[in-house]
Design a protein around this ligand. Structure first.
Ligand code: ADP
Ligand code: ZN
Ligand code: ZN
Length: 741
């Protein structure tokens, strides 16, 4: 056998193949190189790649030499390495791009793996001797502090001796101090442990006793104390000296939540979220890589942290759509968490009050072990929900007189009120009452499909929620010159303005994407309100994340748009949102009330939710999915393309369709049948056919079984890169798409 002489690499480029290089000078490739980062020339650039294999040069090709290794040992190995390769295969995505998505930015760009050792500072012998004679000043002060606190950590110095580094440098130059690596701090005693109720205890026991891979669905109503169950299971995992990874939706990762974990577990809780700097993210990743980070709580991309001592994975609010990445590498963090837990051979807990239909189907088929929490913890009762028929009722900013009265009563009783409207801005559109003109986004509309611009700033601005473009509102109608321009409908801004005037003695706080920018903005809003009576107006941002013990009334203003949406997942999303929003009320001993305003009080979705709760709805929705052949009873992939002209996007997809049909050996039906054959629907313009000037089209690929779908894609997707039509479009493949637009 010829000795290995080449390195095969995955590079972060949108190309399906791997790349061969000759090794850096003087290096003999060996199997231990696999998973190491390597810097290589690529075209006129330099890229950081990951070694995927070593091989021998057939000699037919002149290979470029790689530049240098960035790690002494593989950065990716073992389970994570295997799982990521699986993911690339499953998503039919280039391995290099998958790896680039999985690694923290700093590591992807070639920064060294951060040092995560804990350092403590001491006075040296000479420091101790010199102390009495030191001149007054900052260095002496610090030396005295070190004498009193030998071995103090840098994070404590940061907290207690701000600006200590300069003084420490002075002392270090004189040889009067020493820095030593410390052992991990012994955990403080876990505190605030609650006595679990019987259901919580048996759920926690089941998880703690699980051996090897076991998926659980923790199916517990809002406020039933799911978090306490996670904490109990994590504490058991820590006692076995294993790592726990907890995934939470972006909005759920609040300081309040982290403090609760930290307090209860008594070890450092490592948070990973979009508010951290690249360095901080890489540091947490490195601490996990070394097995030092025992508890990692993070959003979607945290599903990629290495877990050499894995013991448990928790996915909180598993139904949340923020677990799905909507661009680039379109992975689903919950689904990948299941794959990893299986590879790691550990239990995984999916928790929700409103489990996704996919997860419920898995539980029904016995693939997931279902744990129920049917009672609210802490003596709280579920809120009373009332559907309110607003047909023919006079409305003020969308609110009926009854709703306004209920708000008034709740405030006078000292309670807080949440007014929910899933529409940010002042009004959803601007209309000319004289001629019928309405404001459309010039970059997102076509001749046949107008994309309305949302009114903001009390009518002064127009903004497109698809492409983000904004401009001032026209002073007069651009079509007829008339002055009868009117904002149509209600958004959170308008409701806020109305309520602030109507209930001028109470704080009215708006919580939506417009008012809540930045990491701690949400927390600040809640802090402003405190426990005093007042009103929160907001979008789905309010559906979760924060415990508001004083919230006694929830008013749901407008959901009718969602009742008749064409998307097959729309009823599920709406039901989840309604239950989650309603669940905000009455979380403490004060009772809670929910008013649901609608023009369709008889709608099956509302009737089922009120009569039987989320699970009654879910049963019905699952039967319907089964009857219509939609997931979880089938498997979908959506091939999207966009281009300057609609024709080029359609032409690309037409070629893709031809290739898929060639593999099939015959024309495909528009939608798969009960047999395992493939269905192909399209190419057709997307439901939003234009965005930011690009024409969008799509081809829906469906199958009753996973296998034939993936076989077909595996054969065809690599060919798409080489199509001449591909050069004129941006295209992407979405496996298990969450929405079809
Ligand atoms: P969920 O995540 O299921 O919505 P939480 O875990 O946030 O619910 O719990 C809801 C509230 O009930 C919290 O304030 C929590 O502190 C409290 N709680 C949970 N379990 C118990 C218990 N066993 N005893 C007392 N209070 C509890
Ligand atoms: Zn007009
Ligand atoms: Zn637009």
């Amino acid at each position: 056998m010829p000795s290995a002489s080449t390195l095969q690499l995955a590079l972060p480029v949108p190309l399906p193949q791997l790349f061969d290089y000759s090794p850096p000078e003087g290096h003999a490739p060996q199997s231990g190189d696999i998973g190491r980062r390597l810097r290589v020339p690529f075209g006129r650039r330099e890229l950081v790649g990951i070694v995927t294999a070593i091989g021998s040069n057939s000699g037919q090709q002149e290979l470029r030499p790689a530049l240098d290794f960035l790690d002494a040992e593989p950065l990716l190995h073992g389970e994570l390495w295997q799982s990521l390769q699986w993911l690339a295969g499953y998503l039919h995505a280039p391995l290099g791009e998958v790896l680039a998505t999985a690694l923290p930015t700093a590591l992807r760009q070639g920064e060294p793996l951060p040092d995560t050792a804990l350092y403590g500072w001491y006075l040296s012998d000479s420091g101790e001797q010199a102390l009495a004679q030191m001149r007054q000043g900052r260095p002496r002060q610090l030396a005295e502090y070190l004498a009193a606190h030998p071995g103090i950590s840098e994070s404590l110095l940061d907290a207690q001796q701000p600006g200590w580094r300069t003084a420490m440098r002075t002392l270090e130059k004189r040889g009067q101090v020493e820095r030593r690596i410390m052992a991990a701090p012994t955990s403080s005693t876990p505190a605030n442990r609650r006595i679990l109720n019987a259901e919580q205890q048996s759920a926690a026991d089941a998880i703690c006793q699980a051996e090897g891979f076991q998926p659980f669905l923790l199916d517990g109503i809002t406020g039933s104390g799911k978090t306490e169950v996670y904490l109990e299971a994590i504490a058991a995992c820590l006692a076995r000296e294993q790592q726990a990874l907890v995934l939470v939706p972006e909005i759920g990762l609040t300081p309040q939540m982290l403090a609760r974990f930290q307090h209860r577990l008594g070890v450092e809780v490592h948070a990973l979220h979009s508010g951290l700097s690249d360095t901080e993210r890489a540091r947490v990743w490195a601490a996990a890589w070394r097995g030092q980070a025992q508890v990692i709580v993070g959003t979607r991309s945290s599903v990629f942290v290495p877990l050499p001592k894995a013991g448990l994975i928790v996915v909180d609010e598993e139904h949340d759509s923020s677990y799905k990445q909507f661009d680039g590498i379109r992975y689903h963090a919950r689904d990948f968490a299941l794959v990893r837990a299986k590879a790691l051979n550990i239990p995984v807990v999916l928790g929700s009050a409103t489990p996704s239909l996919e997860t419920l189907a898995n539980a029904r088929q016995g693939r997931f072990h279902r744990l129920r929490l049917s009672q609210r913890a802490a003596n709280a009762n579920p809120p009373a929900v009332q559907v309110m028929d607003i047909r023919k009722r006079p409305l003020q900013a969308g609110l009926s007189p009854e709703a306004l009265q209920a708000i008034k009563d709740a405030l006078s009783a000292g309670g807080q009120v949440l007014v929910f409207k899933n529409r940010r801005g002042y009004a959803p559109s601007l209309l000319c009452h004289d001629c019928g003109w309405s404001a459309h986004c010039p970059r997102c509309s076509t001749d046949t499909h107008g994309s309305a611009m949302t009114v903001h700033g009390h009518g002064r601005r127009l903004q497109c929620h698809h492409c983000g473009q904004h401009r001032p509102s026209p002073p007069a109608c651009p079509a007829c010159g008339g002055l009868a321009l009117q904002p149509q409908g209600n958004g959170t801004e308008r409701i806020e303005a109305y309520l602030a005037e109507k209930f001028a003695d109470f704080p009215v706080i708006r919580i939506d994407k417009g008012s809540t920018q930045g990491r701690n903005a949400l927390q600040k809003h809640f802090d402003t309100l405190g426990n005093q009576p007042g009103i929160l107006v907001g979008t789905q941002m309010l559906a979760k994340g924060h415990d508001l013990p004083n919230l006694t009334l929830v008013v749901v203003v407008g959901i009718d748009e969602g009742l008749y949406s064409a998307d097959f997942r729309s009823p599920e999303k709406l039901a989840q949102l309604l239950i989650q929003v309603a669940g905000r009320a009455g979380r403490a001993s004060k009772g809670g009330q929910v008013l649901l305003q609608t023009h369709h009080p008889e709608h099956w979705l509302l009737q089922t939710l009120i009569g039987g709760g989320y699970h009654a709805f879910a049963e019905g929705a699952l039967s319907e999915r089964e009857a219509t052949g939609f997931p979880p009873f089938s498997y979908l992939a959506l091939l999207r393309a966009e281009g300057r002209e609609a024709d080029v996007a359609l032409a690309f997809l037409q070629q893709a369709r031809k290739l898929l049909e060639a593999g099939l050996g015959r024309p495909a039906l528009p939608f798969h049948g009960a047999s395992s054959a493939l269905g192909l629907s399209g190419p057709a313009p997307a439901p939003h056919p234009r965005r930011a000037g690009y024409q969008r089209a799509q081809l829906l690929i469906s199958a009753a079984q996973r296998k034939p779908l993936h076989q077909a894609l595996r054969a065809v997707i690599p060919l798409l890169y080489a199509l001449p039509e591909a050069r004129k479009v941006r295209w992407s493949l979405d496996i298990d798409p969450l929405d079809l637009h």
